[in-house]
Design a protein around this ligand. Sequence first.
Ligand code: BYC
Length: 312
Amino acid sequence: MTQAEQEIRFQEKIDREIKIEPNDWMPDEYRQTLIRQISQHAHSEVVGMLPEGNWITRAPNLRRKAVLLAKVQDEAGHGLYLYSAVETLGTSREQTIDDLHSGKAKYSSIFNYPALTWADIGTIGWLVDGAAIMNQVALCRTSYGPYARAMVKICKEESFHQRQGYESLTKLCNGTPQQKAMAQDAMNRFWWPALMMFGPSDADSTHSDQSIKWKIKRFTNDELRQNFVDATVAQAEILGLTIPDPNLKWNEARGHYDFSEINWDEFWQVVKGNGPCNKERLAARVKAKEEGAWVREAASAFAKKRDMKKSA
Ligand code: BYC
């Protein structure tokens, strides 16, 4: 079969909603797109542990501490499923992680903003995990089997994360005036970065058209961003928080909320490594790898010893 015939057969499978599995033939660009997106996703889960992990020792009570600890552990698990999904495409985990540490691979822009107060932790759960779910529910139907299956479990856990964030903010918003002000301040700082998580506008998205044709993506960046705004406005109203956008307004004709233009200059600066915490986040990951070297060495020495015993 020629390359062109293989490509036609591949697209037919996608159109018939048949999942692509690791040993199936796939165009090299499809493989590269998945490696790029899934590894970026895995890195986001792992780097995403940093702003929250910093608050585990400062959570206001034992219940909040236990919940936050469980959430951060979940993110580590999500990273592991996703690194495994990348491995099924023929790239080693070592290489994938090296690409993050060298600055070659991206991770979500949102994690380059600091978590300054306890209200930020609730807001991250509500808005950041909320935005993540909006994107990830669609990924449960992505065309690559291992990615789609990983997303099913991840989405269940993200849903719990979003709810715990909202519940935590409900308490703050019904607490003292200072607590309410702290929640509003967190909302003011996280609203726009949360909208940026969905990526550039459709006009500037380099990969969307092809990824939608291959059913890696089911919706465009702007469609998901709009769905997120539409779903979140009522939740903010219940909390009594003001969304920091004077142009946010229901548009009867469109059946959606209108909102202001995103500051794309800020978005690209953060993506290019110039956000408030980019350098700190990468340095933390590199340090963790260096300091964990002895654990990896001990684990592989133990595995070698066990294999030798088995074959003796
Ligand atoms: N940040 O052509 P486009 C979580 C890049 S973590 C940085 O639209 P695509 C959580 C993009 O990579 C959630 N970079 O790209 C964890 C591309 O650059 P390259 C993370 C961004 O891939 C802990 C260029 O801009 N979720 O849930 O079609 C605690 C052009 O963009 C961003 C995922 O990773 C960004 N925001 O669409 C709490 C979901 N946006 O690679 C929560 C999986 C774009 O050409 N990923 N770029 O150099 C996706 O769905 C898609 O990759 C995106 C972007 C929608 C993000």
